[in-house]
Write a protein that binds this ligand. Sequence first.
Ligand code: NAD
Length: 428
Amino acid sequence: MKQNGFNPFEMAQAQFDKAAQLIGLDDGTRELLREPLREYHFTIPIRMDDGHIKVFKGFRVQHNDARGPAKGGIRFHPQETIDTVRALAMWMTWKCSVVDIPLGGGKGGVICDPHNLSPREQEQICRGWVRQISRNVGPVLDVPAPDVMTNSQHMLWMLDEFETIHGGRYPGFITGKPVGMGGSLGRTEATGFGLVFHLREALNDLGLKPKGTTAAIQGFGNVAQHAIRLFQDLGGTVVSVSCWNQSESLAYTFRKKDGISLDELLSITDSFGGIDKEKARELNYEVLPGENWIEQEVDILIPAALENQISRENVDRISQQVKVIAEGANGPTTPDADERIRNRNIFLIPDFLANAGGVTCSYFEQVQSNNNYYWEKDEVLGKLDLKMTSAYIAVSELCRKNRLYMRDAAYIIAIKRVAQAVRDRGWA
Ligand code: NAD
């Protein structure tokens, strides 16, 4: 999304260049992996409810599919940019690789604002997106999923259009479908739970237990809510959450020093993860400015809202008490802030490792859909825990062995696997 001066693709490339340098990647492979393999730009003409035709701009970027079909969400956002899509596609490649699932990286989007579109118009955009790209996506090519402002209903419309064009049932074409229509149990919880599986392991490495630790979280949407649920179940205390107030176009932090109640806050939260400020005050929450989430005196910070949230401007406001940062959002930390975090010896669980629970469960959904056989929720979450824990251990062992920063260790593992696949296929 457009944010003054911040280009997520340049940031993704800078992170890649640094890791490529560390592993001494050869020039050809480096050149190949720092750009997407394929990009599709297209127009989607829609007859609006009032009868006029409006043309929307759609994208799909396939960063790399050497390890398996591309995988990644489709965003609907008025400020969507091709560079955001490119960055997210690249991060998907590393994310699938670091947790060792046989998928590549992709991402898509449409420049539009669903707040101002009727359900029929949204359905037409979904179907139009699939019509423009139906020969370049599919269960063995590129498997889309929901992302910002797209949901299971959008996925089902897209699946229906794909199946109509291709004349068959292909539930493995897309993930994030409704449970009962090809969706997987556990997908809703997967990203937040996955993050806490990593956090549990990180605390263990630091000789700490979740019980007795405190956390401040930016965001109160899907990732944050489920992370809070599991963290509290493990005995941790969440001191504050923050969220966006749509009517005021402003963020607020909601704090209760002895611990927020998830169910209490959920009862006053809208479907976009926005908390009702007045009702929160009535429930004795302190209502603070949005940016205050970062300066809470806690053991753990979890940015789980947006990219570009920990930057040069606010990184020094992080309390001396903070021992762990677990990045729930994609790209929440800018490279200069990252350098400060590393120098302060704060243990960081990087985004593409910390939030990989979502795509891992999407992979489980694809496997179930392709087999037309669906697992129980406990089975899904058990497999998720195993995948997250194994990935965490591989990264933290490399980290310890070579005295590396967690982000660098995660990048080294992810890039090496993709580079190997690219070489084995004879591409570089
Ligand atoms: P969501 O839309 O459900 O929730 C976003 C939350 O962030 C909301 O509570 C919103 O109010 C809050 N927010 C927005 N702007 C804010 C601001 N300036 N300050 C404070 N809070 C703000 O989104 P989500 O699915 O929870 O995703 C959160 C992040 O995690 C995104 O970066 C997303 O790309 C990433 N992610 C999500 C998944 C997933 O499975 N949902 C998987 C991987 C990564």
